[in-house]
Design a protein around this ligand. Structure first.
Ligand SMILES: [Zn+2]
Length: 188
């Protein structure tokens, strides 16, 4: 959707790349601890006891890191598909080795739709993981809980963006200026 004539930038949501990693880690850690409260982790402890050798744990760690990295691509792909569904053009860029989907410069997405796009990976992947939870045990349960926790971490910036978007009128357009996420509104 092309931003209409007579619109100007009203605000910026700065790209906080260096903070993103910290947000992902803290969000994922808190969620993982919460899962420990709500999910019976006996299976998980049993699984970790079986892999309790340094080489197995290293393989497990590397495997989880690769899995987490792939997850960021799936997350960004959901944003992209959602934008496309709403008729907006997008770009997928790499920022400090992390994939990042933005709107194409000059293209916009109306505020409420931009909020749906922002929250789509959180909602879609969290539901998918929770549905799978009762059917798995041991290592697979560990993987899904890890996935669900990381998914919350990845969505923290999306949640912050949604709150920021809510400050502006619904007739405004969300966009990208080549550096930061921006919001467009009618000139006065
Ligand atoms: Zn996101």
């Amino acid at each position: 959707m092309i931003i209409p004539d007579g619109y100007e930038i009203k605000g910026k949501f700065g790209s906080r790349g260096y903070r993103r990693g910290a947000f992902i880690f803290i969000g994922a850690l808190i969620t993982f601890v919460l899962f420990r409260v709500f999910v019976n982790m006996t299976d998980l402890v049993e699984f970790l006891r079986k892999v309790n050798s340094p080489s197995m744990l290293t393989i497990l760690g590397i495997g989880l890191l690769l899995f987490a990295y792939m997850h960021t691509f799936v997350h960004e792909k959901i944003h992209q598909l959602c934008y496309r569904r709403f008729g907006s053009k997008t770009n997928l860029q790499m920022r400090s080795l992390m994939p990042n989907v933005t709107l194409s410069i000059g293209d916009g997405c109306i505020r409420n739709k931009a909020i749906i796009v922002a929250l789509s990976p959180l909602v879609v992947l969290e539901i998918a993981g929770l549905v799978a939870c009762p059917f798995v045990t041991g290592g697979f349960l560990l993987l899904i809980i890890f996935f669900l926790s990381e998914n919350v971490g990845l969505a923290i910036q999306d949640l912050a963006l949604s709150v920021w978007l809510r400050k502006y009128p619904r007739s405004y357009y969300f966009g990208f200026d080549g550096k930061d996420s921006v919001i467009w509104g009618p000139q006065r």
